[in-house]
Design a protein around this ligand. Structure first.
Ligand SMILES: NC(=O)C1=CN([C@@H]2O[C@H](COP(=O)(O)OP(=O)(O)OC[C@H]3O[C@@H](n4cnc5c(N)ncnc54)[C@H](O)[C@@H]3O)[C@@H](O)[C@H]2O)C=CC1
Ligand SMILES: O=C(OP(=O)(O)O)[C@H](O)COP(=O)(O)O
Length: 340
């Protein structure tokens, strides 16, 4: 059993903990919280040993009826590998602690590529993770871009990519963030960080991205155009998408044209937390113009797509599976996850 600790039990961390604990070859040995919040209560309910960054807060957890297993440092010592899902920028500060105890660690997309020197996506570079002490799972948008670009590149060769990300303003539980009434250019400058971030995984891809933020909470929407090296074949590409274990096809006949309907669909499917671990490509949007220009829309559930990638990254680094196909199949099976 691979002993996994989750440092930072928030939006991503709590999902990674549940996904890890569903696997037959991994176990959660601890999760960390800074305050006795509603998420700490859930950790306790799930039976995850609760560690705290600041041990002087122990009493406040105990007053709230929560058992504290120890400090984050003690949790790190007990683990084989740590998934660091602390807020962007905080995780890098934990590197010295992971180095001190010689532990493997995985950071999230809110950290710079340089924190690990290696960025991961299971559809693209699984084998390169083997034997590494550190890795970073790229951000939710970058994960969605990597999956579909790699697939198109495999099918027809990709000459260049131009993409725009329409990003959700805040996660559903994030009451403090906006915008409430604005379309925000984020950033105003071009490119957004997503293009260079894709190149940390797929360095040969010519890509420019732009991004804006809108007042929604569930999913990002990508408008993607790729110039192909060979003449594209729509039928072949749709079949490849349908066969991909991490990309789902939103069929035209479902009538789904929005993130709101996708959320309803995920909820009706009985997905935990309405999570869509797969990229959701709108079938009717997939178009090939003048033979070599591919266009499509895809929706990306920001809270979910990186979760399954973290599970695969654990296996890739620890040698728990020898190929991406093997790990992806194990991860999906344990979660009862079949793409839409
Ligand atoms: N929320 C999203 O849509 C996505 C987030 N990410 C990345 O995942 C990482 C985590 O983001 P979220 O889960 O959204 O953040 P979050 O704010 O929901 O959760 C972070 C958790 O870390 C805890 N924490 C804060 N400081 C800590 C410390 N010093 N030690 C231990 N725990 C601490 C907080 O209490 C909280 O539970 C970031 O790098 C972010 O960029 C990646 C993909 C999507
Ligand atoms: O990784 C994400 O987005 P990103 O791919 O745009 O960096 C998550 O949606 C977190 O984004 P946030 O930095 O807007 O909270």
């Amino acid at each position: 059993m691979i002993k996994v600790a989750v440092n930072g039990f928030g939006t991503i961390g709590k999902r990674v903990a549940d996904a890890v604990s569903a696997q037959t070859d991994m176990e959660i040995i601890g999760v960390s919280k800074t305050r006795p919040s509603h998420e700490a209560m859930i950790a306790q309910k799930r039976g995850y040993p609760l560690y705290i960054a600041d041990i002087s807060k122990k009493e406040s957890f105990e007053k709230a009826g929560m058992k504290v297993a120890g400090t984050v440092e003690e949790m790190v010592r007990a683990a084989d590998i740590i998934v660091d899902a602390t807020p962007g920028g905080v995780g890098a500060g934990n590197k010295a602690m992971y180095e001190k105890y010689g532990k493997m660690a995985i950071w999230q997309g809110g950290e710079e590529h340089e924190v690990a020197g290696y960025s991961f996506n299971s559809s693209c570079n699984f084998a390169d993770a083997r034997g590494r002490q550190f890795a970073r799972v790229v951000s939710c948008n970058t994960t969605g871009l990597c999956r579909i670009i790699k697939l198109a590149d495999t099918a027809f060769g990709v000459k260049k990519v131009r993409a725009t990300m329409v990003r959700r303003g805040a996660d559903p539980g994030d009451a403090k963030r906006g915008p409430v009434d604005a379309i925000v250019l984020n950033p105003v400058t071009i490119p957004s960080h997503h293009g260079p971030d894709v190149q940390t995984v797929l360095p040969e891809i010519d890509i420019v991205t732009t991004a804006l933020v809108v007042p929604t909470t569930f999913m990002h929407m990508h408008i993607i155009q790729m110039d192909l090296k060979e003449t594209g074949d729509r039928g072949k590409f749709l079949k490849m998408i349908a066969d991909h274990p991490r990309i789902g096809l939103v069929k035209g006949y479902t009538g789904i044209k929005s993130t709101a309907e996708l959320r309803e669909y995920a909820s009706d499917l009985g997905r935990p937390r309405s999570d869509l671990w797969e990229s959701c490509v709108f079938e009717d949007s997939v178009s090939i113009v003048d033979g070599k220009e591919l266009y499509l829309f895809q929706a990306i559930h920001q809270e979910a797509d990186v979760v399954v990638e973290n599970v695969d990254c654990i296996r890739a680094m620890t040698g728990g599976a020898s190929t991406a196909e093997e790990s992806v199949a194990m991860t999906n099976r344990a979660l009862g996850f079949e793409t839409i």
